[in-house]
Design a protein around this ligand. Structure first.
Ligand SMILES: CC(C)(COP(=O)(O)OP(=O)(O)OC[C@H]1O[C@@H](n2cnc3c(N)ncnc32)[C@H](O)[C@@H]1OP(=O)(O)O)[C@@H](O)C(=O)NCCC(=O)NCCS
Length: 144
């Protein structure tokens, strides 16, 4: 939850609260991966969580619900590592496609396009920011 609160810009209201997160984690086939910075030596103390992903598998499809890295650790490859692991786990489970939905002006698109996601849908004015501005939602998909 600390990473969630630090990572999402409150303007867009995209962070999930504790209750939403707990409910999703309790559902079967929801997967969370946590990225940590490990101390040296690694066994000296617990790692520091700096990012996470959460996805849900339904049949042979997976939906990437959330992926986040705290601002101080962005653009060092943690987001790519998380997404690589999501894709590898999905392949191992026989998943055929991964979907996600994102706000159209989210720079996270750089990460998704780097991994080969392409746009398959558009919902006009789907998100409403705290500033009452409306933003389109893009649905992206990656065929594995
Ligand atoms: C999206 C997010 C998880 C990316 O994490 P990250 O650790 O910075 O990702 P990486 O360092 O692996 O970067 C992946 C690629 O995207 C590029 N990139 C990432 N953020 C970028 C930005 N703001 N502008 C331009 N390029 C960006 C990186 O340069 C990199 O490309 P490269 O390998 O060609 O250099 C992170 O920005 C974040 O937490 N955003 C807020 C939460 C969010 O909106 N999540 C997505 C919706 S659920």
């Amino acid at each position: 939850m600390q990473v969630m609160q630090a990572a999402f810009d409150p303007v867009y209201g995209e962070a999930w609260n504790h209750s939403q997160t707990r409910s999703m984690l309790a559902m079967p086939l929801t997967h969370t991966i946590v990225a940590e910075i490990l101390p040296r030596p690694p066994e000296a103390q617990p790692g520091e969580p700096i990012g996470f992903s959460m996805s849900r598998r339904i049949g042979d499809e997976e939906e990437l619900l959330l992926i986040a890295v705290i601002p101080e650790w962005r653009q060092f490859g943690a987001g790519s590592s998380l997404l690589t692991q999501v894709i590898e786990n999905a392949k191992d489970a026989g998943v055929g496609r991964i979907f996600l939905e994102m706000r159209s002006n989210n720079p996270a698109s750089h990460l998704y396009h780097k991994f080969g996601f392409t746009q398959v849908g558009l919902r006009k004015n789907y998100y409403k920011g705290a500033d009452s501005k409306l933003y389109d939602a893009l649905t992206l998909a990656l065929t594995l």
